[in-house]
Each structure stands twice: as C-alpha cells, then as structure tokens.
Design a protein around this ligand. Sequence first.
Ligand SMILES: Cc1cc2nc3c(=O)[nH]c(=O)nc-3n(C[C@H](O)[C@H](O)[C@H](O)COP(=O)(O)O)c2cc1C
Length: 201
Amino acid sequence: MGRYTVAVTGASGSVYGMRLAEQLVLGGHEVTFVTTEAGRQVTSYELGFELPVGNAEAAAVALATFLELPSAEGLRVAYFDDLFDAIASGSHRIDGMIVVPASMGFCASVANSLALDLPERAADVCLKERMPLVIVPRETPLSTMHLRNLATLSEIGAIVVPAMPAFYHKPQSIDDLVSFVVGKVLDVLGVEHSLFERWGD
Ligand SMILES: Cc1cc2nc3c(=O)[nH]c(=O)nc-3n(C[C@H](O)[C@H](O)[C@H](O)COP(=O)(O)O)c2cc1C
C-alpha cells in the first residue's frame, strides 16, 4: 500500500481534499493530512469541520470521525507551521503528494520554490526528489499569471489536474461531481478506485 500526503489549501473545494483522504485511507494507504492556515479556515467555513490545533493525534481522530472512517488508523495530521515534520524532508519517501484544492497563491509559491510553510516545503521536496506531485487548482477566471504559474508547475514536474468535473457520466449529485475529480486524481497516481464509471466499460 502507498504513502501519500494530502494538502488542503485556502482555495474553495476542501470537500475534494476530504474525499481524497477518505478514499486513500479506505483503500489501506497511509495518509499525512496537512492544511495551510487558510485551508483550515476555508474548510471550517465550507464544511463546518474545524481541524483541532495543537494536538495532531486528537486532530487525526477528529478528522477520521468527520470522514466517518472506522478509526484513525493510517491517518496522520501535520501542521502547516511544523517545518520539522517528516514530509519536510526528502529522506522521507512517499508515493505522492496531492494538493487539493490548490490556491493560486500556493501555485505561485511552489512554482517559485518559496517553501514558506510545511505544505509548500513538502511540495518543493516532491519536485526536487522527483516524487509525484499532483496539483488540483481551483480558481476562475484564471489570470495570465495563474496560467503561467500552472504551466511552470507542469514544466517542473507537477501533474496539474484542475478541479473540473465532467458531465458525460450524468452526475446526479454534488457527491458525483466530487467523486469524478477525486477519481481523476487517483487515476494519475495509479491508485485503483470505483468512484466513477469509466467510458466504454
Ligand atoms: C471562502 C474562500 C474561498 C476562496 N476560494 C479561493 C479559490 O477558489 N482559489 C484561490 O486561489 N483562492 C481562494 N481564496 C483565497 C485564498 O484563501 C487566499 O489567497 C489564501 O491566502 C490562500 O492561502 P494558502 O495558499 O496558504 O492556502 C478563497 C478564500 C476564501 C475565504
């Protein structure tokens, strides 16, 4: 089973990050869950879930409860300002990091290797170590700078999977739209899932 980092930034769509973390843990993978401070606040606003601060173990239990997981096994919470966390180091090997949703500010920072907090540093580490980095940007419309930063991220090795649900699978609910985007993320990582029906199946 794999070891993944799921990072939620302050873009709209924290539900995508939550669903991804849930799917990975249910699939038996190890997940380190981290948010930026803005990500923590937007998650609280959009989903009514406030990640507890100060106690990572309690936070993992709270997150597992919110995700309705049987337990917090396989789930670990890291804090945005903890630059001593394992994911800040290239010697800690992972199978991939997914930034979902990714704010335009985060994309700009990582495109320029600023590494100002743990999520940015962890993404920078993935790029330098050639470990898979999946960025799920969410903004509309996109400015030329946003587009340039996304192009730079793609050029330097990130996989950009925009939060753009499709409609050809005839979604019936918000849940279906979320599942489509999360399924596409799992596809690029080669992680099996049954979140949507494949065209032609
Ligand atoms: C409710 C809400 C929704 C937001 N949605 C977006 C968004 O979709 N995309 C984006 O780039 N920024 C969005 N922002 C702005 C970011 O949260 C802000 O730029 C923040 O500084 C990003 O910080 P971070 O990259 O450290 O998470 C939103 C802010 C709020 C309060």
